[in-house]
Design a protein around this ligand. Structure first.
Ligand code: ADP
Length: 495
């Protein structure tokens, strides 16, 4: 504003020289630039050449009077602030001039202080007008910037090589980029935002996940929820989503990205096929070696040394371990290939559990453990499945309970009908599993290594087999456990 003070120009129009000069003196002391005219015509001439901020006009002048001059000034530049100087006789005319837009008036004769006050007020008004204009300009600029920012973000999202779709809280698409339509083999011309995701994507599971995310109903505890989908029968995509949260912590929708995992899937399948093939090829020679070792052991005469006997015994144990590893690998390959459940029958689950408990009871006894079975509700309905699959599920869980519990532990197997499910619980009060491993132990070959489990042998394939079989039966498996608190595995099988 300082520069404005210096550049502010005041035009004084009065036919009386004394007044012109007096006003000039006062205003110059206030550091204004002063221009003077002795009549209306001269004033208009100045206004034709100079920009003026404030005009001080005498109302009564020969020729063009102040009223007319005021009119003409307004026509030239509306922004000029006009102050009228008037004698008492013309005060009504002054009021009229104010009605027509003059800013203020000073009755003659006036004190210098009065003039100063009125001009300062006019100056302040000018300042406010300028400030308002600047704010307005700034606002317009901000809006333009905002607009540019919006289109810039849109351009970036459109150019992303990763497929992206953004939805609002009702699960309607607000943005989808070309990579998205390409990944999902959508007809690009059909790409109109504003419709539900279902209009573009058939996969119900994906739509359900995105809708839940959009509504802020899906909390994966910091991890982006993911979903695997098959497109056009041959392309596997992995969708990962995240709710969009604004600064007030409200959910505004969801953003979901898609990556193509077809090659990973193929690699996984090739790996499984390879493992299956190798396992298959290894099984028969190993079994032969195992049998031959058994034969050698039986035929070893007394005069052979204990050391030889011991070595052959060890070799036999190792081949046995390898054969069971191969058995597990083949089971797993079969489950993954969906090739189980050949022999579907109506199974009495309680009877089956009892026979497994009886069978494994011998192993529990050798560790002084108690292993019990309890049917905790009325008779269970018959369950349609391959009994081998059920034996494998519960055999593995109970064997684990025996293996991962110390001497004297208590192991309980309970079965009950829970709504639409047959619920089987295998609990032990053994070493337990820290929650951070609860997911990992269902992965192939994963074994928890600590002081308690160090000397327990195993392949790390039991639980993946159990999980694969439970999944194939549309069931669920849950684990409740912590270190030192034992473990309870719960299997739910839909009747
Ligand atoms: P394996 O028993 O051959 O190692 P599993 O897949 O059956 O393989 O189990 C994976 C790991 O999970 C085990 O190595 C063990 O650390 C842990 N585990 C399984 N069951 C129990 C249990 N009942 N109590 C404590 N740990 C267990």
């Amino acid at each position: 504003m300082v520069e404005m003070i210096n550049s502010l120009k005041v035009l004084v129009v009065d036919d009386e020289k004394d007044i012109r000069d007096g006003v000039e003196r006062i205003l110059k002391r206030m550091e204004y630039t002063v221009l003077k005219a002795d009549r209306g015509e001269a004033a208009l001439e100045i206004l034709g050449k100079e920009t003026v901020d404030i005009a001080i006009l005498d109302l009564k002048m020969p020729g063009m009077d102040g009223m007319e001059l005021h009119q003409r000034i307004r026509e030239i530049d509306e922004k000029i602030i006009v102050i009228i100087i008037t004698g008492y006789a013309t005060i009504e005319t002054a009021i009229e001039a104010m009605k027509q837009g003059a800013y203020d008036f000073i009755p003659k004769p006036f004190e210098p202080e009065h003039l100063r006050i009125v001009v300062r007020r006019a100056h302040e008004k000018l300042r406010l007008i300028k400030e308002a204009e600047m704010l307005q300009a700034e606002r317009a600029r901000t809006l333009i910037d905002l607009d540019m920012e919006k289109s810039r973000i849109r351009t970036i999202v459109e150019s992303l090589p990763t497929a992206v779709v953004v939805t609002n809280t009702s699960g309607e698409v607000v943005l989808m980029n070309p990579a998205f339509s390409k990944s999902l083999d959508l007809d690009v011309s059909a790409e109109v935002a504003g419709k539900k995701l279902e209009s573009y994507v058939e996969d119900e599971g994906l739509c359900e996940m995105v809708l839940k995310l959009s509504k802020g109903e899906l909390d994966a505890g910091g991890e982006a929820p993911s979903y695997e989908l098959l497109v056009s029968g041959s392309k596997y995509l992995m969708a990962r989503g995240q709710p969009v949260i604004n600064e007030n912590n409200e959910c505004m929708g969801a953003v979901v990205t898609f990556s193509n995992i077809t090659s990973l899937k193929m690699l996984d399948q090739l790996k499984s096929e390879f493992v299956a093939k190798v396992s298959h090829e290894l099984r028969s020679p190993l079994s032969t070696i195992h049998e031959q070792l058994a034969l050698v052991l039986k035929e070893t005469s007394v005069n052979e040394t204990d050391v030889d006997q011991h070595l052959i015994e060890r070799a036999k144990e190792k081949t046995h371990g390898l054969i069971s590893l191969i058995g597990d690998l083949l089971d797993l390959s079969r489950i993954e290939a969906g090739g189980i459940s050949h022999n579907i029958q109506s199974v009495q689950v309680a009877d089956l559990l009892k026979s497994i408990v009886d069978f494994l009871g011998i192993r529990a006894q050798s560790k002084d453990q108690s292993l019990t079975f309890e049917l905790a509700s009325d008779a269970l309905p018959l369950f349609n499945a391959d009994p081998m699959a059920l034996e494998s599920i519960f055999g593995n869980l109970i064997a684990n309970a025996i293996n991962y519990s110390p001497k004297g532990a208590v192991i309980a197997v309970k079965a009950a009908l829970a709504g639409k499910y047959i619920k089987v619980q295998v609990s032990d009060n053994g070493f337990g599993i820290a929650p951070k491993y609860h997911d990992q132990i269902f992965e192939r070959f994963y074994r928890v290594k600590n002081d308690d489990t160090r000397y327990i042998t195993g392949t790390g394939l039991g639980l993946p087999i159990v999980k694969g079989l439970v999944d194939s039966l549309n069931g669920e498996i849950k684990l409740d456990s912590d270190v030192g608190r034992g473990a309870t595995f719960t299997v739910l099988l839909p009747v």
